[in-house]
Design a binder for this molecule. Structure first.
Ligand code: FE2
Length: 256
């Protein structure tokens, strides 16, 4: 069963599986060393596409008169409401995906959770409802700036593509709880970083209420990250408390 996907088995992907072919491949004729070509042709094709590309779309103009006036006033003040709207749209898209990731994990846990991890389905439901609440908070924030929360901003599009792999991992019936939690840790890292940016942006726009609300959301995300990281470590067999990272005293090159 998927819990035991780390078992030793018939994996034949490595070069050691075929010593004769390895020898032939590494024969000193240069053919396996890239001497007959490089990646410049690929780079040339990419470069021409990059030069002609138009970017990932745009932040829509507010669809209401009050929205348009509010955006205009902010722009006259020297603010960049479109950047804030773009990033609010980004977090909204990611929080929606986050709720779906937890839905998928909850389903997986209903089949597989066996008491070896301190995580419970109730814990996951609580985090899931935080993500859904954050989604609504962002929707309100976008509306308060005159924006349309149903629009797909460029950064919303970006995180949609970024998180596709996470969604695939969670929805794959073969992935174990540890593997699913690995993807969830990635999502929570992105969540935390995303809210930090939003708090800073709202602060720059002197939107005090948003700064307060977003700071609460950020603290909830920090808690999510700490929890899922602990569960992930338990799932790969580490006991909580085994991992102690020394505070960085001397700068780089601190080896364990
Ligand atoms: Fe989260």
């Amino acid at each position: 069963m998927a819990q035991h996907s780390e078992h030793v088995g018939m994996n034949r992907t490595g070069i050691q599986m075929s010593p004769l072919d390895t020898k032939a491949m590494l024969k000193d004729d240069g053919s396996a060393r890239g001497e007959e070509g490089d990646e410049s042709a690929l780079a040339d094709v990419r470069s021409s596409y990059i030069a002609d590309a138009e970017g990932l779309g745009s932040v829509p103009l507010p669809g209401t008169i009050t929205g348009a006036v509010s955006m205009g006033v902010q722009m006259l003040k020297g603010d960049s409401p479109q950047i804030l709207l773009d990033k609010l749209g980004e977090r909204l898209a990611f929080e929606r995906t986050g709720a779906r990731l937890y839905d998928a994990l909850i389903t997986k846990c209903e089949v597989m959770l066996d008491g070896e991890i301190s995580m419970s389905i109730e814990d996951l439901q609580a985090i899931r409802s935080d993500e859904a609440r954050h989604f609504l908070l962002l929707s309100d924030a976008i509306e308060s700036l005159g924006g349309d929360p149903t629009s797909q901003t460029p950064s919303a599009d970006l995180v949609g593509v970024e998180s596709m792999g996470l969604v695939q991992v969670l929805n794959d019936p073969r992935t174990s709880l540890a593997q699913s939690l690995h993807a969830i840790v990635t999502a929570e890292l992105a969540d935390k970083a995303g809210w930090e940016t939003l708090v800073a942006l709202a602060d720059e726009h002197e939107l005090t209420d948003m700064v307060n609300d977003f700071t609460i959301a950020l603290n909830e995300e920090r808690e999510h990250l700490a929890l899922v990281q602990t569960w992930y470590e338990e799932a790969i067999g580490l006991t909580y408390g085994d991992v102690e990272i020394e505070p960085d005293q001397s700068g780089p090159a601190a080896t364990p």
